[in-house]
Design a protein around this ligand. Structure first.
Ligand SMILES: Cc1ncc(COP(=O)(O)O)c(C=O)c1O
Length: 394
């Protein structure tokens, strides 16, 4: 066997193995909205992080088109050579929005965590990580060489016992998502901050799912819990509620300057936010700051849908946000549930092991501000029908 044919059979084996876990991603033929066009039909989208429906907001679209006229579409150089005015405008705007000294915007949320954790931590650092941190945090931690202590999901007693253990490392960080992406619950950020202050650690919060949806006008979890000035690093994405693509770090001006030169996915790449993506975020912030009616509608829709699912007898786990898992336990049943829902006009992705623990396979539903009551009612009726036929509920 030649080296290349052995490589090709490795790929074929891996793809075959992977297909046991991966559902075929759908193709959306029009805009990302509360309804999407799949296979020539309009279906209700219950699997999108477009929490506020801003991807199709007329103001966001107009601002994006205007930015193309003014700045063009792409980038030709990395930011160590030159930043575009609109990129700096976004970072200043985000800093004001977050009530922090500064922010730095990255090309993706993944890059933001990867680059930030990698750059800030080293062998002399101990990281205390909730087991349900995003892969980007674990990947950054691995690259940094930091000592990693993983505590069970939201187990504050375990976290405290880790923090109490003598440690020769001076730099100690607790990293947690604020809203957990597959559970839809919220971290005990005030308790985490108190533990950090008591035992000499700093806090890093990943607001990927909280940016634009928690706190006053969507300022995030630190604002929601009134913890301004007590969280060293706040990360968020721009690809979910803020209707675009990218991520940001918010904190001190020194943090920004340090990451500008040291966060490798930022510092040594030309892949930064391009003008149309930047303009979409700025316009989304305009909408959010002027009016929080979308935010209110989002939480109302989430409570309505979760309440309806619970009344039908579904297990929605720990959900307290617009991320509402429907736990079906068995992964094959989850896949069947998802497929039947699509046949009935509802797009929801199912998750099984290894993404979630054994026997906790789930459909992850995500509600948006722009779902109508009639759409949510239709989804509840359909969940009831399919849930009974698959004996998830009785
Ligand atoms: C908790 C968390 N952090 C970070 C990210 C990465 O963000 P992005 O998708 O913008 O790369 C995600 C993405 O889903 C996430 O759920």
């Amino acid at each position: 066997m030649t080296a290349d044919s052995s490589f090709q059979s490795f790929l074929a084996r891996e793809v075959r193995e992977g297909s046991r876990y991966h559902t075929a991603p759908r193709v959306i033929e029009g805009p990302q909205a509360h309804k999407v066009r799949v296979d020539g039909r309009d279906v209700i989208m219950l699997s999108s992080n477009n929490y506020l429906g801003l991807t199709t907001h007329p103001r966001v679209i107009k601002a994006t088109k205007d930015a193309i006229d003014r700045y063009g579409v792409g980038l030709g150089c990395g930011r160590s050579i030159a930043s575009m005015r609109i990129q700096l405008d976004l970072e200043e705007r985000l800093a004001k929005f977050k009530h922090t000294e500064a922010t730095l915007a990255f090309a993706t949320g993944y890059d933001t965590n990867l680059g930030t954790v990698w750059a800030l931590m080293d062998r002399g650092t101990t990281l205390f990580l909730d087991e349900y941190n995003h892969a980007s945090v674990f990947d950054g931690a691995g690259l940094s060489g930091a000592r990693v202590r993983v505590y069970p999901h939201r187990d504050m007693r375990k976290l405290e016992s880790f923090l109490k253990t003598p440690d020769r490392n001076k730099r100690r960080f607790i990293i947690t998502p604020s809203i957990f992406p597959l559970e839809g619950d919220i971290a005990e950020l005030p308790e985490i901050v108190e533990l950090a202050e008591r035992y000499g650690a700093s806090v890093y919060v990943d607001d990927a799912h909280a940016a634009g949806i928690l706190g006053d006008h969507g300022r995030g979890s630190v604002d929601h819990f009134g913890l301004h000035g007590r969280v060293a690093v706040q990360v968020g994405t721009l690809s979910k509620a803020l209707a675009s693509v990218g991520g940001y770090v918010a904190g001190s001006s020194d943090l920004r300057e340090y990451l500008f030169w040291k966060a490798r996915p930022f510092a040594i790449s030309t892949g930064h936010l391009a003008p149309p993506s930047v303009a979409a975020v700025i316009a989304s912030l305009d909408v959010l700051e002027e009016d929080d009616s979308l935010l209110k509608r989002l939480w109302k829709n989430a409570d309505y849908f979760r309440g309806g699912l619970n009344d039908l007898g579904f297990d929605t786990g720990l959900s307290e946000t617009p991320i509402i898992p429907v736990v079906v336990k068995d992964a094959a049943k989850g896949a069947r549930f998802s497929k039947t829902l699509l046949d009935q006009g509802i797009l929801v992705r199912s998750f099984g092991p290894p993404t979630v623990p054994e026997n906790t396979a789930r459909l992850r539903t995500i509600v948006s501000a722009t779902h109508s009551r009639a759409e949510l009612d239709y989804a509840l009726e359909t969940f009831a029908k399919v849930g009974r036929s698959l004996e998830v509920i009785h």
